[in-house]
Design a protein around this ligand. Sequence first.
Ligand code: BGC
Length: 754
Amino acid sequence: MRSQWSAAMISPADDFAGAPLLRTEFALAQGHGAVLNAELVVSSRGVFETYLNGRAAGPDVLSPGWSSYEWRLRYRTYDVKDLLRPTTVLGISLANGWSRGRLGWNGNRAFYGDRLAVIAQLEVTFADGHRQLVSTDETWRAGPSATLANDLYDGQTIDARLADDGWMHPGAAPPGWGGVEALEFDTNRLTPYIGPPVIRHEAVAPVNIWLSPSGRTLVDFGQNLVGWLRFTVQGEAGTEIIIRHGEVLEHGELGVRPLRSAQATDRFVLSGGADYFEPTKTYHGFRYAEITGWPSELTSSALEAVVVHSDLRRTGYFECSDPMLNQLHRNVTWGMRGNFLDVPTDCPQRDERLGWTGDLAVFAPSAAFLYDVGTFLRDWLRDLAAEQQAQDGVVPLVVPDVLKYETHRTSFPRPATVALWSDAAVWVPWALWQAYGDRTVLEDQYTSMTAHTRRVESLLSPTSLWDTGLQLGDWLDPQAPPGDPFKAKADSQVVATACFYRTARTVADTAELLGRADDAQHFGLVAGRVRAAFNKHYVQENGTVQSDCATVYTLAIVFGLLDELMTARAGDRLSALVKENGYRISTGYAGTPYVTDALTQTGHLDDAYRLLLERGCPSWLYPVTMGATTIWERWDSMLPDGTINPGQMTSFNHYALGAVADWIHRTIGGIAPLEAGYAKVLIAPRPGGGLTWATARLETVHGLVEVRWRVTGQDLTVETAVPAGVTGVIRLPGEPDRELPSGGHTITVPVTAG
Ligand code: BGC
C-alpha cells in the first residue's frame, strides 16, 4: 500500500455537466538517462479514464469501481513507461459513476458527496536514480467534454459536435477551460485494488434488426448481457440518435417496465463527419435495443454490443446430454457475468444494482467454481467488514451500503441483522476457503465473522431461537403474492434459526482451523444450543418441521439440524411435498439453493433430477422454454402468455436462483472438494434424469480436475483426471470409495448398481 501521497484530490471549479476533463502537460526530465520505470496511480470521486497523449493508461473502464467509499477508495496502478514522450499530456476524464450518480430505487443521488474529483501521481524513475513526480495539484486545468449527461442508471448523452481530442495532446488547453480546486481529502482512505478491474470483454453482433408493430427499429443481440453499444456513424450534423435498452420484448415492443425508473437511454448527436460513439460512463442490462434517428438504413454490421464486467478468469465448465440443462448452465454463467461488475449485484438493469448480501451468500459456491472470484470477493468482503464495523456489528442488506442513507431520506427501515443476508459475512469467506484453500481469507475475515455471530447470539431469545426482529425469510416464495414477497410458506423464524445454526457451526470450524480454541468451543456450544432449541421447538415427534413446507425440511437437512432418523423422515416428507407440487418449485431464496442437495442426501436423487428437469412454471427450465438467456429474479418474470410479471421486482438477470449450479457441478458433474481448495477431491457423478453423458472441468489451484461420464447400455464409464499432488476419491453408485492417484483414469461400473 502506498503511504506517500504528494498529490491533491482536485476538483474542477466548474462542473462541466458532470463529465469534466482534466489535464496537465509536462516535459520529461533531461540528462538522467533512460526511463527505467513509470508508475501512475489514479483514484477519483466519480469514475475516471486516464490517457497519456491520447492513449489509455489501461484497459479498465468505470474505475475505481464501487467500494464503501467512506472507508475504502481504491486506486489503480498503471505501468506507463511506454506511453511517455518528451512532452506528455496526462489527461483524465471524470463522470458521475456510483459516487455522484443515482443509486437505489428512491431516485436519490450523490450519496458520497456532490463533487467529482481526481487524485493522480506519476512517478518516473531514470537510469541515474533521478525521480520525477507529476501529481494532481492546483496547476491542472479542467474543461468540458462532449458528454452532456451521464448516469449509470439513466444513460449517457454525447454531442459529437463538441468532441475535440486536442485536450489530450501537447499544446495549450482549449478555450473555455478553467481551474481546479484542491479538496480536503484523507489519503488514508486510498487503498490498492486487490481484485480485478472492470474491462470490456467481447463484442456481440446483432442477430436481428426489424421494425416493431408501432414502427420502431429494434435490434436483438441474442443474449441478455451487460455493457453498452458502440458504433461509427455519419449523418447530418445535429441529428440525434436515441438508443433505449431492454431485456425483453412485450407485445412486440421494448419491455422497459422492469427497469422501473432507470432510463437506460443513450443519446448521440452527430457532427456531420464520421463519428465514433461509445458510452463508457454508463452501463445497461439488455438484450434488445430500440434505435431512433439512425441516419441511414441500419444493418447488423453497423453496431455491436460490448460486454463489460470485472476481469475474472473462467475456471469451471459443465456440459451434458440435455441441451435445456446446458442452456440453464449458460444462463447461470451469463447471469454471473452481468452482475459481477465490480460489486456482486442483484441485477444490472433497473434502479437498484446493489450488492445484496443474501444473493451472494447463496451463490458464492457456484461463482467460485465458474470463475476465479477469490480477490474479487475478498475486496467486497473488506467493504462488508467496514460497513459492519461502522454499524455496531450489523452486516447490512447491501454492500456497499447506501440503504443506510435512505433511512434518513425515506422511510426505509434502519439497518438490522437479517438471516441469510447478514450471514454472507460467514458463508462467503467459507465458500472461498472451500474453493481455493487459502486460509488467509478466514484470517482476514475472522473479526467480521465472529462479530456477526456474536451479534446474532445476542439477538436470540432465552429459548435460543432467533425469533425476533425483521426477517426476509424465504424471500420470493413462488406462492407468495407478486406484490408481497415476504409472505412465504416457511416460517421466517425457522429459517432464521436454521441459518444461524449453520453460521455458528461454520464459525466454530473456522476458529478450530485457525487454532482459536476458546472461540471454537464457544461457538460450538452456541451451535449445539441452537440445534437443540430448533429440535425442541420446531420439530414434532413425527418429524414434522414447523410450517411443513419444502424450505424448512431442506434447510434442516442440508444445514445438519436433525439427527439421522429425523433427517430420513424430513427427506421423505420433502420428497412427498416435492411430488405433491408436481415437481414445480415451491421454495424461495432460502430453500431453492439447497433443495436438490436435501433430496440427494436423503436418498431421493430421482426427485432432485425431476425437480431440476421440470419445465412447467415455476421451475428452473421454464425460463429456458421461454427463451431466457440469463437467470430471472422470479421463475415467472415472463408469464406463459408472454407478458411481463406485474410485480415491482421483475428482473431478467438475477443470479441468485442460479445457485443450483453448485449442485449441478458436484452431483451431475461429479466434482466436489473433500478438502479445502480441492487438495483432496471427490469424484462422484450421480447419473440420473435420463442424461446419457456429462462433463465437468475445474481449474483448481492445484491444476485441472476433469470428469466425463457416459452411460452406454448397462455400463457407466467415468474418465477422470486428477492433478499432480492431489488425491482423488472416486465414489460411484453401488461401489465402495476408492482412492485415485493423480493422473488419468477410466473406470467402468454397471449402471444398474445404484
Ligand atoms: C433484490 C434481491 C434482494 C431482495 C431482498 C430485492 O430488491 O433484488 O435480490 O435480495 O431485494 O429484499
